[in-house]
Design a protein around this ligand. Sequence first.
Ligand code: BDR
Ligand code: CA
Length: 314
Amino acid sequence: MSQVNMILDVDTGIDDSIALLLALKSEDVRLLGITTVFGNVSVEQATENTLQVANLAGRSDVPVLMGADRPLLGEWDGPVVHIHGPNGVGGYSFPATDRKPGKERAADFIVRTVNEHPHELTLVFVGRLTNLAHALAKDPGIASRVKRLVLMGGALRAPGNVTPVSEANIWGDPEAARRVFESGMPITMVGLDVTMAVKLNESHIERVVREMAPGGERQAAFIEHILRFYFSAYERENGIYGSPAHDPLAVAVAIDPSFVETEEHDIRIETKGTVSYGATLSDMRGTPKRTNASVCVAVDTERFTEYLLRVLCR
Ligand code: BDR
Ligand code: CA
């Protein structure tokens, strides 16, 4: 398999941390940069966590660029402490680092890098789409020059996770999502229809601890810590000790689309509704006249989980 040229945008975050480790450690990825955004935590905290996770993976070579601290319209509603902990990584404390993010802003980095690699770059967004909306405002032409956008967000037939019908990454900046879905960019939507189908559990933690390659003990301890925190949070909310694998699945789909089955849809974003704010809607009454996204509707959970664990343990 040839390497995927990737920019990964994160709001690190526990499942973002696992997605980062997957992208940083996979031999199938050439990671050109990581951009950060507000969401699970503030953009400053997301940037700090991202730098630390990259250090942990021995990848201080990958540039980290800070992005938006708020949605296009309105204000950020604050950190998601009950799911991701006070610092976004379940209270895990990293050793001090003086590594700083790059000076370029995330949106400028995205525009420049897409234009330097026309039709070669896969963008993977696992937080709000705010940085991409800013990048499109600076240069709408990037929509036709990215190879593909793979995003974790939305829900087609599955229920929402922030409201009955809305998923967190879209709900957190629906105006940005609307602009991205209307941009003409080729989009794969990795939403709750598939991410909720993958369940990580205690046996997966045990396997990471047992099978981690020599020298990776700190990585294993980090993964163990954050997943235990995430599992407990999920248990409090849903009664099951374990967790979905939202963000890592999006990275995996960018690497190998055969992990999922897709349907073509014309996804519209609800930006105004009081009940349906942030919903990703498709008219399913017949064959759509036009489509703007390949929506993931089924996932090979076993093959994906095997791939994830194999790469994490490298
Ligand atoms: C998404 O919301 C965030 O909490 C997770 O990191 C993931 O990107 C799931 O809805
Ligand atoms: Ca995320």
